[in-house]
Ligand binder design. Structure first.
Ligand code: MGD
Ligand code: MGD
Ligand code: SF4
Ligand code: MO
Length: 725
């Protein structure tokens, strides 16, 4: 065998780019290097800065490597980094699994199986690691079902309402665009493999226009940055429609052939002239007119909308309105035109075979458990179960692929719930996080180098196989392996609980896969590593939504007027409804500043936040509140001052950051901060202390970017001193 040998893996982090990763492994079985596959058409030989340093995580000196149990009598709560051994003691896997199974059984017997709640998201985006054996396990148990809304629920529903399927412009086709709108899309930070295609388009004369309240690196590099006020995108989209229609910049033939409800939309858009939209969005009326013209005339025009748009109260409607724009101009007809929010619809695997919802019939309640929205974890742990109709309170929580103590909104309520002594909490993790601090049992998890999986993507059209590159470190086990073991302990005798990874891949690809997946087999995937899945339509046309054959809505057309929403008694047309938490909403009287509680460019949500090398990259922003000079001056705040940022849900201590000889990062009335681990922040509280559990208008998603706060200089000399040390 070559030394070192090279293994094809896939980055399983929650990122649209889903990179093909080449792992070098030496004779001792140690991974020595990870790099982007140069032959992959999207990865193109590079990884983002954070995953270039992935081996720092795999071989972290403080990585979690064995099952642990909370020592008797030690209360739950934050633990200083490195102090875990005072709180936890090692146990064997047998003892860990036996303990968990016994607890799950006892809790189910006393309170019903729905008192068990799984909590997971996309820490692992592999098909098997994200949801397979775990789903089987929780269906069979009759546990509460988790509605996985924390990221994309509002935008996902918006796409479904307009198009009936989640497809979009191919990332590789952005090179053909003449106008590219990055709308709530931080391309440099969160979707960096789109950047080379944007650059190629610009070399051929394209213009990049960024619509984002924050001056991201993408905005700084753009031809035009429109710093829209948070949560006002529906108004901007309606204003653009207004201009497109008024100036005859729409494609009448496309509208007639491919869309539904244009007359009603025209009437709605008539209520959004540029002057009115300017007052709502904070953009100049002239700029709105210019943007509409450029979008319609300098074609092909592609919109990269990302999920930033939909993290606010009106976010579902905003995403829906934006998604309609290419249907007004017929942008879909040109290669390099259209819109991308997600491409995941092309990978329609056999979910029923993978997740086996039918197993719920064998649970003690004989049906799937009630549904709990993950964006309201605080509520679920502190208030759910107080009314008979709720079902039982949550008594056991099993966390994997997620770090809810940091990433869930309304952190005070979440931590209050996690601290409950009567809550049995299991956390399956790679690292000692803020959530493991509250666990009764901690289990060690593998990284994507240490298990086999396969994966689609939400930003491109390749299905890939991820080969196991190295043996699991320490006693780490994959999600699949843990649920296999737990099922045996629970006495679940169905043969599917013994399925191998290979069998599950076969099952997911088998049955009646979507047309694009025809002929796809595990053998092909493992041999070829990455296979393009072409989006297909009944009429054989190549470009998504270029003909009526692509739409899977009730009307069979792109729906400006939503029959689905009308049937639910909701407004069938997009409209701008001011968020309660916005400068136009009720909360502004008490808390006048709009807060963007952002992701970090050099972490992946909270992943990597604990590693020194990654922290160094993010040093300038960790613990910082970025403000506009006007807002700072009005409060007597100077650059570097220690400030208190608060609202009715809680308060944080941060360092004020004002622009130094450059444009401000945020427009007036807006402030911004970034996600890091609570235990690395002042007061051990994270930015989600300030965010609410209010849900989006569509899809039941979180509203991280609809958060009102007030800020003042922290007078306490003690804090100042601490900062100087
Ligand atoms: N480096 C890095 N990469 C990541 C992640 C990470 O944490 N770090 N997270 C991953 C995940 S989970 C996801 S879902 C994707 C998300 O990728 P994006 O959707 O790009 O995510 P966000 O950073 O939430 O939002 C994008 C931009 O929207 C802006 N924005 C906020 N509110 C509004 C608004 O009301 N209107 C408009 N127009 N813009 C607004 C924000 O300022 C931000 O710059 O990225 C993934 N990639
Ligand atoms: N304020 C604010 N809050 C946010 C956001 C924001 O922009 N602002 N973004 C939101 C969004 S879009 C998202 S998607 C969520 C993300 O929230 P989470 O899905 O919780 O993402 P991470 O913080 O990356 O935590 C994932 C955890 O899974 C672990 N993990 C990775 N692989 C595996 C595995 O194979 N098995 C197990 N058992 N564990 C594994 C990692 O070590 C990591 O600690 O956060 C949301 N929260
Ligand atoms: S996080 Fe995204 S850009 Fe970075 S390696 Fe993974 S898939 Fe690629
Ligand atoms: Mo996300």
């Amino acid at each position: 065998m070559d030394s070192p040998r090279t293994v094809h893996a896939v980055c399983s982090l929650d990122c649209p780019d889903t990179c093909s990763v080449l792992v070098s492994v030496d004779d001792a079985g140690r991974a020595t290097r990870v790099r982007g596959n140069p032959d992959h058409p999207v990865t193109r030989g590079f990884l983002c800065a954070k995953v270039t340093k992935y081996l720092d995580l795999v071989y972290a000196p403080d990585r979690l490597l064995q099952p642990m149990r909370r020592r008797a009598g030690v209360p739950k709560g934050p633990i200083a980094p490195g102090q875990q051994s005072a709180v936890f003691e090692p146990i064997s896997w047998d003892e860990a699994l036996d303990t968990i199974a016994a607890k799950f059984k006892a809790i189910a017997a006393e309170f019903g199986p729905e008192s068990n709640l799984p909590y997971s998201y996309a820490g692992n985006m592999g098909v098997l690691g994200f949801g397979s054996m775990d789903r089987r396990f929780f269906f069979r148990l009759g546990a509460s079902q988790l509605d996985r809304t924390i990221c994309a629920a509002a935008g996902g529903e918006a796409l479904m309402l307009v198009y009936g399927v989640r497809l979009g412009t191919d990332i590789e086709d952005f090179r053909h665009a003449r106008t590219i709108l990055a709308w709530g899309a931080n391309i440099h930070g969160n979707n960096v493999h789109l950047w080379p295609f944007v650059e190629e388009a610009r070399r051929n004369g394209a213009r990049l226009i960024v619509i984002d309240p924050y001056r991201t690196r993408t905005a700084r590099a753009a031809d035009w940055h429109l710093p829209i006020r948070p949560g006002t995108d529906a108004a901007l989209a309606l204003g653009l429609m207004h201009v497109l229609i008024r100036e005859g910049l729409t494609d009448a033939a496309y509208i007639a052939e491919c869309t539904h409800g244009f007359d009603a939309l025209r009437e709605r858009a008539a209520a959004y002239p540029p002057e009115k939209v300017a007052a709502i969005t904070g953009l100049a009326a002239d700029d709105i007119v210019r943007l509409a013209r450029e979008y319609a005339m300098n074609t092909p025009s592609a919109i990269r909308m990302n999920y930033g748009v939909q993290r606010s109260e009106n976010g579902g409607t905003a995403a829906r309105a934006i998604a309609m724009l290419p249907c007004l101009t017929g942008a879909w007809k040109q290669r390099g035109g259209g819109l991308q929010l997600s491409t995941s619809g092309v990978f329609s695997l056999n979910k029923a075979a993978l997740e086996r919802p039918d197993l719920a019939a064998a649970s003690s309640i004989g049906r799937p458990g009630r549904v709990v929205n993950m964006s309201r974890l605080g509520h679920a742990l502190t208030e759910l179960g107080q009314h008979a109709a709720d079902g039982p309170p949550v008594k056991a929580l099993y966390v994997y692929n997620s770090n809810p103590a940091v990433i869930a909104p309304n952190q005070t309520a979440v931590l209050h719930g996690l601290r409950r002594e009567d809550l049995f909490t299991v956390v399956h993790e790679q690292s000692w996080t803020d959530t493991t601090d509250y666990a009764d049992i901690v289990l060690p998890a593998t990284t994507f180098l240490e298990h086999e999986d396969f994966q689609g993507a939400y930003g491109h059209y390749y299905l890939q196989h991820s080969t196991q590159a190295i043996a699991p470190r320490g006693e780490a086990r994959s999600n699949v392996a843990v649920f296999r073991g737990l099922a045996a302990r629970m006495g679940f005798i169905e043969p599917c609980f013994q399925d191998s990874e290979a069998t599950m891949i076969d099952q997911a690809l088998g049955g009646a896969p979507s047309p694009g997946l025809a002929g796809m087999t595990r053998q092909r995937l493992t041999a070829e590593h990455s296979i393009r899945v072409q989006p297909v339509s009944a009429d054989g046309s190549a470009l998504p939504f270029s003909t009526p054959a692509w739409f899977r809505t009730p009307s069979g057309r792109a729906e400006f007027f939503s029959e689905t929403l009308a049937a639910r008694g909701l407004d069938p047309l997009p409209d701008y409804v001011p968020p309660v938490e916005s400068r136009h909403g009720a909360a502004a009287a008490e808390y006048p500043l709009e807060l963007l509680a952002r992701k970090a460019d050099n972490h992946m949500n909270s992943t990597f936040a604990g590693l020194p090398g990654h922290r160094a990259l993010e040093k300038e922003h960790a613990g910082v509140l970025e403000m506009h000079p006007e807002d700072a001056a009005a409060r007597g705040i100077q650059n570097g001052d220690v400030v208190e940022v608060w609202n009715a849900r809680g308060s944080l201590t941060l360092i004020a950051r004002l622009p130094q000889g450059e444009p401000a990062a945020v427009p007036p009335g807006v402030a911004a901060c970034r996600l890091v681990w609570n235990k690395l922040a002042r007061g051990w509280r994270g930015i989600n202390t300030l965010t609410s559990e209010r849900l989006t208008d569509l899809g039941g998603g979180p509203t991280f970017y609809s958060t009102m706060v007030e800020v003042r200089r922290a007078a306490a000399a003690g804090i100042q001193q601490e900062e100087q040390e």
